[in-house]
Design a protein around this ligand. Sequence first.
Ligand code: CA
Length: 299
Amino acid sequence: MQVLKLLLLTVLLCILLHTASVSSSESEKDGGFCTAEKSTDSDTGSSSSCGCKASRSNLKSNEKEAMDASDEDVTIETEEKDADEGDIISKNDDAAFDPENFPRTNQMLFIKGGTFSMGTDEPVFPADGEMPSRKVTVDSFYMDEYEVSNAEFKRFVDETKYKTEAEKFGNSFVMDLYVSEETKSKITQMVAAAPWWLPVDGADWRHPEGPDSSLLDRMDHPVLHVSWNDATDYCTWAGKRLPTEAEFEYACRGGKEDRLFPWGNSLTPKGEHWMNIWQGEFPSSNTEEDGYGTTAPVS
Ligand SMILES: [Ca+2]
């Protein structure tokens, strides 16, 4: 049951992150990972930009740091590219990827509440259960501008010593196209309904494709292998909460009605890729025409 549960949560997170990537190209109200209620912070006499009742008293200062850091160049030590695989993994697990080297990505945007058409009468995949289209009203809220990066998640783990459910279970599901042959050779089980998701021992947020993978050059990519429980605990630490499905969809739509994407209905406006999805034959071949085979940087 734990394996099945993790599979479902992994798929759910991929969908959420994918949707967030869609919206991050152009929308000012793009999706994120955490959200917070609109508040005037009257208790503190201040008005933080996120408005949330932060459990971390330094949230406001952190956000200022984020704004200050946003103009700084991101520096990744390139010499690590020359290290051998084992060395890379050990460095990855240590302080070599100090999140202080990365700009904060916990900025929030205010999204004014309203009524919108949620779902669709013309679903691409009816099994997703997104039909019919119905009117839904949401209150104003704040939402993270970016998905939670590996660097941001590492701050949480470093501070709380948190263990994700994938780490506790000892495995998670990975797309077979991105699993090494050595790792594949150790897999003895598959899920008949989705054989491209392989249960990989040792796959977790630090090792997205299994024990022989690392976060090298991906600290600014969205964290993976995070369950709903993990995400909820992260948000609590950050003084926020997860968005509801309605809030998330409302934000991702960017104020548009009856549009497939925040910018309109064209998959590739001006012949350009404005979002990171799969190109090629799913699930056997990804041509990566949009520049990314898996995740893309969150900002
Ligand atoms: Ca892609």
